[in-house]
Design a protein around this ligand. Sequence first.
Ligand SMILES: *[C@@H]1O[C@H](CO)[C@@H](O)[C@H](O)[C@H]1NC(C)=O
Ligand SMILES: *[C@@H]1O[C@H](CO)[C@@H](O)[C@H](O)[C@H]1NC(C)=O
Ligand SMILES: *[C@@H]1O[C@H](CO)[C@@H](O)[C@H](O)[C@H]1NC(C)=O
Ligand SMILES: *[C@@H]1O[C@H](CO)[C@@H](O)[C@H](O)[C@H]1NC(C)=O
Ligand SMILES: *[C@@H]1O[C@H](CO)[C@@H](O)[C@H](O)[C@H]1NC(C)=O
Ligand SMILES: *[C@@H]1O[C@H](CO)[C@@H](O)[C@H](O)[C@H]1NC(C)=O
Length: 583
Amino acid sequence: MTKEVYSKIGVWLLFTLLISNYVVDLEASHHVYKRLTQSTNIKSPAGNQPYRTGFHFQPPKNWMNDPNGPMIYKGIYHLFYQWNPKGAVWGNIVWAHSTSTDLINWDPHPPAIFPSEPFDINGCWSGSVTILPNGKPVILYTGINPKNQQVQNIAEPKNLSDPYLVEWTKSPLNPLMAPDAVNGINASSFRDPTTAWLGHDKKWRVIIGSKIHRRGLAITYTSKDFLKWEKSTEPLHYDDGSGMWECPDFFPVTRFGSNGVETSSFGEPNETLKHVLKVSLDDTKHDYYTIGTYDRVGDKFVPDKGFKMDSSAPRYDYGKYYASKTFYDSAKNRRILWGWTNESSSVEDDVEKGWSGIQTIPRKIWLDRSGKQLIQWPVREVERLRTNQVNLRNKVLDSRSRLEVYGVTAAQADVEVLFKVRDLEKADVMEPSWTDPQLICSRMNVSVKSGLGPFGLMVLASKNLEEHTSVYFRIFKASQNSNKYVVVMCSDQSRSSLEEENDKTTYGAFVDVNPHQPLSLRALIDNSVVESFGGRGRACITSRVYPKLAIGKSSHLYAFNYGLQSVDVLNLSAWSMNSAQIS
Ligand SMILES: *[C@@H]1O[C@H](CO)[C@@H](O)[C@H](O)[C@H]1NC(C)=O
Ligand SMILES: *[C@@H]1O[C@H](CO)[C@@H](O)[C@H](O)[C@H]1NC(C)=O
Ligand SMILES: *[C@@H]1O[C@H](CO)[C@@H](O)[C@H](O)[C@H]1NC(C)=O
Ligand SMILES: *[C@@H]1O[C@H](CO)[C@@H](O)[C@H](O)[C@H]1NC(C)=O
Ligand SMILES: *[C@@H]1O[C@H](CO)[C@@H](O)[C@H](O)[C@H]1NC(C)=O
Ligand SMILES: *[C@@H]1O[C@H](CO)[C@@H](O)[C@H](O)[C@H]1NC(C)=O
């Protein structure tokens, strides 16, 4: 993904640590902190590290961004990721590599792919794995050549008997796909190959993210042998006005149930499957998806009515979440989604703590019965870290009340709660102009009462609530005389830390649920990250917070209701979470 040729060079002095470090401003991309990326005396994260996570994937130190080429091979899960071996800011990117038997505990290996040849000497950027019909996994990735052009390369495992696939060989035929004078591809906007799929004519297809002017594009290439690739004249899909499409992902989902389907499946009959196209929009730094039909003969993706592949499309996650990628887990017959969450702290803080970036807990992803949205849920394996369960049943949360959940390690916990509102008639009426849930949430922060809500969880809270992150719902009537309701889910970070410098944006999402039914909320709390799932995975919000007081044993957890009407907690379960073995 990202980063263009060093274009506008802006040098500015950042106080304290950054004095005299160049900042090269990459167009709509990562900043390049020139000297910091080369720094030799990297501190290993040690000592006081209250913000390192206990069960989220993160490398022992330095910068991490996109997940790359996730797969399962001989029963071992592999995760590669964009990593800077030399510092806590973006730069010097290699494919770092870890493996796992359960997607939660991870063993590190040496970087699988690093700059070594003319076709990738300036960087080994994002890409995907395809498992060939003979079981052999191959990597397609974007390399940056000496002219700073983006090209697509292949790498293969050196030893297929090694389930850890520690060593990878780059083909001498690289690059397999390159921008040239005749194919009209923009050499600085041509990256992030997907997992390939087999078409109706037994030829492989792969798409590459691109743009021409403001048109975002998924360029299709086809191949018989996976080595000689030909650009199709028409893209799989495009949208005028959405800008660069990074990290595209294209995969089938079944219309019936939550099982995953292999990427080359087309369904028999075809009515059993839908296809999903996801793109990461460089302009907004969010991941959007549309559901539609794959026309196999024309090699076109046709979004269903109501979907448009731009920033009006639904998002996987309405908080911090980017450059995500799915893979089909053949061992458990499910599709799994990985996504990167960056820091909300300053670059100085990242350098000071010696690391930046985490991966969210892998999520199972499937199509809702309605066919209109995807559902995500943390993989079940994470539940093995649960310990010390606490249960609360049938509690009434009166207007403006809080209920502390005792007995769990509140800084590292998993909480699931079922709320029930008594009288939907008491809901306030939605203003017609309230179309942006994030705006609703930031205008109506947690201290603003409404008829129904805010009610939810207050996490990473200090004793006297000087600090807290609130994840909550509000329910509105769609209009004065209607019996339709709108459920809004918010994650309010505005009081998450006494530290002033962090990004404390409040996030919001609409949750497509029946408000007559109990409303569920789950939060995975892990020191500096809160991953929240509303309506059993119908809306997800990930946030990063850096409390000063509410750390470790000084962190508290509450269910709360600050709305005007009382709300029932039908069932709340909370668990302390053990730390995973990572790195
Ligand atoms: C390939 O991997 C297997 C399993 O780890 C190992 O036994 C074998 O020695 C390796 N072969 C080579 C040539 O490294
Ligand atoms: C090619 O990409 C670069 C980098 O994003 C951009 O500056 C330029 O305008 C693009 N050219 C076209 C024709 O889209
Ligand atoms: C299924 O295939 C038939 C025949 O090729 C086509 O007419 C129909 O539109 C397809 N339906 C879907 C949902 O792809
Ligand atoms: C990372 O975080 C910053 C600030 O919190 C944000 O502005 C930026 O767009 C984020 N996302 C990516 C993908 O860089
Ligand atoms: C919450 O909103 C109220 C009313 O708009 C405002 O007075 C208050 O400052 C806000 N609090 C925070 C922490 O943003
Ligand atoms: C309540 O929580 C317990 C413990 O997690 C669970 O077994 C039960 O199914 C829950 N009930 C409901 C209605 O969610």
